[in-house]
Design a protein around this ligand. Structure first.
Ligand code: MF3
Ligand code: CO
Ligand code: CO
Length: 265
């Protein structure tokens, strides 16, 4: 117990609640998919998230979270994460990450996808592919009782081979009845993750943010949320909520109509 803290292990009924929350969250993403096209504004996407979630009797976790003003995050091109939906119009050639988190009977599901809008450059497509592949490589690299560092190693290896960088300031996280809890899931190897293990019953996210250029981030001082790449180059991200079981990782936020493992963008 060198690094003392134990992660929250869920019992079976709680695991089932997380499965239900993850499944609904994925359903929101599947609902949005048809609308993500050139011409829609990020504010309109946010409205769709809010309406669909409420119509099903649930709550968007982002709305009001630490003062966040909207129901999801929309991060376009050089925005790494936490973009606030508003008047921005999606344009041909953009890449946009939609990050959706919902509360279902007190339990949370959290996932994100990067969408290609119309015809994007080969450069952008390759970056998105890397972010997607690195998420699945990380899921493949972690089993019950394994050290968290397996995740960061798998993601960093993939990114670096292709000449990309991995964001360090924002990481995956434990999730359950709270949005962000232990353990911290860095997408790069660090000391703590070498010692901390993921036991069966732990729920967490993996959400690598991969940058085309430097890994450094800049927080927008005006809105206090939007995080951009320091050099203004592109960033892409995918996220799943995962439950570790005795058999291995179970992805709770798999979509039905979205890109499946192995998908080529
Ligand atoms: N969904 C993000 C995550 O993956 C967190 C967004 S917090 C918000 O952890 F307040 F910006 F919505
Ligand atoms: Co998220
Ligand atoms: Co998350």
């Amino acid at each position: 117990m060198l690094f003392g803290r134990r992660n929250l292990c869920l019992i079976e009924v709680e695991r089932e609640s997380m499965r239900v929350a993850g499944r609904f969250n994925a359903q929101v993403m599947d609902h949005l998919r048809q609308f993500i096209q050139p011409g829609i504004t990020t504010g309109e996407i946010d409205q769709l998230v809010l309406e669909y979630t409420r119509d099903h009797g649930h709550t968007p976790a982002c709305l009001g979270y630490q003062g966040f003003p909207k129901s999801c995050c929309t991060s376009i091109n050089e925005v790494i994460c936490h973009g606030i939906p508003g008047n921005a119009v999606l344009e041909d050639g953009d890449i946009v990450n939609l990050d959706v988190t919902t509360v279902v009977d007190g339990w949370l599901g959290d996932q994100s996808e990067t969408f290609l809008i119309g015809n994007v450059s080969e450069q952008a497509r390759r970056l998105v592919q890397c972010a997607f592949d690195s998420l699945y490589l990380a899921i493949d690299a972690i089993g019950p009782g394994d050290p968290i560092v397996n995740i960061g190693r798998a993601i960093s290896r993939k990114a670096h081979v292709l000449g990309y960088e991995v964001v360090r300031e924002y990481v995956g996280h434990g999730i359950g009845k709270r949005f962000h809890q232990e353990p911290s899931i860095p997408h790069f190897p660090n000391q703590q993750s070498r010692f901390q293990k993921i036991d069966p019953g732990v729920c967490f996210t993996i959400e690598p943010m991969i940058n085309e250029g430097v890994r450094d981030t800049v927080l927008d001082r005006d809105d206090g949320w939007t995080v951009r790449t320091r050099d203004g180059k592109l960033s892409a991200q995918f996220e799943h909520t995962i439950l570790m079981t005795d058999e291995g990782p179970e992805i709770l936020t798999l979509t039905e109509t979205g890109p499946q493992c192995g998908h080529q963008f």
